[in-house]
Design a protein around this ligand. Structure first.
Ligand SMILES: Nc1ncnc2c1ncn2[C@@H]1O[C@H](COP(=O)(O)OP(=O)(O)OP(=O)(O)O)[C@@H](O)[C@H]1O
Ligand SMILES: [Mg+2]
Length: 256
């Protein structure tokens, strides 16, 4: 049986020289939740993702995924636990097609050694067919069939954001970290991406942590929201509570 884990930050502080990017942050994301982190520019949202995915190491405190101390792991080790992410600034191979970028995600979970690859064994062939099938399913799901063989650099920004989501999904993660999935999108593109996120959450049953500045989308789809401000946790709760919280309104949502 596959056990999906809780993610726990325990008193995490992250410093860069004199800058405290995160100050004593604790929170928990239970399996299959759609949890959102919001806050002004520089609040520490991306730093939280970097602490989860092994890019930054907390100065003090721990990050746990089930029993795993993920603050001690490398990015590839975190990925192999079933945690995938998208980036605030799209990170795709620009000179490759949509299909190839998504296949790279699929290949991360294939397991065969260099010798069987060289011999192009039956197992390798079977895996390749399976990877191609997975990639095609993701392409259909994200409604990007018409761009299958297009090069990334030739595509509009909104489509590139979808492909990045596809690359993360291709790793078949239990937990997805989405850093500003709706950034730079118009209303229609935002509605589309929100619909995909809801489907990934409800149908694929994945745990999602989403950072975004689009308050309508966050308050519409998140089950729980944490608000950060200058590296401090300002509030945490269901969207209906967060929008009424005076501290949050003053710091972030506008003057109360
Ligand atoms: N590698 C780094 N070196 C130095 N300072 C850093 C580094 N990474 C982040 N910081 C600092 O930590 C703070 C939090 O940055 P972070 O990128 O986490 O904010 P954010 O909430 O994601 O902001 P935005 O909404 O603009 O994406 C900022 O003051 C930033 O300058
Ligand atoms: Mg950020």
């Amino acid at each position: 049986m596959v056990v999906i884990e809780s993610l726990k930050f325990n008193n995490v502080t992250l410093k860069f020289g004199g800058i405290t990017a995160l100050n004593d942050i604790s929170f928990e994301v239970k399996p299959k939740k759609l949890y959102s982190i919001i806050g002004p520019n520089g609040a520490g949202k991306t730093s939280i993702f970097n602490c989860i995915s092994g890019i930054y190491r907390p100065t003090t405190g721990t990050v746990k995924y089930g029993d795993n101390n993920i603050n001690e792991l490398r990015p590839d080790e975190v990925a192999s636990l079933g945690i995938a992410r998208t980036f605030q600034n799209i990170e795709l191979f620009e000179n490759m097609t949509v299909l190839d970028n998504i296949l790279i995600g699929c290949h991360r979970q294939l397991n065969y050694g260099p010798i069987s690859s060289l011999l192009y064994s039956k197992k390798v062939k079977k895996n390749e067919i399976q990877a191609r099938k997975n990639a095609e399913e993701i392409i259909d799901f994200l409604e990007i069939e018409q761009f299958r063989y297009s090069y990334i650099m030739s595509l509009p920004y909104g489509v590139q954001k979808r492909v990045e989501l596809g690359r993360a999904l291709a790793m078949n993660p239990d937990m997805l970290l989405l850093d500003e999935p709706a950034a730079g999108m118009n209303n229609e593109e935002t509605e589309d991406i929100a619909r995909f996120i809801i489907d990934i959450h409800e149908e694929m049953k994945k745990t999602i942590i989403m950072v975004d500045h689009d308050m309508n989308m966050v308050m519409d789809i998140a089950e729980e929201v944490m608000v950060l401000n200058f590296g401090e946790k300002l509030a945490e709760g269901v969207p209906a509570e967060i929008v009424k919280d005076k501290k949050v309104i003053d710091a972030y949502l506008g003057v109360s």
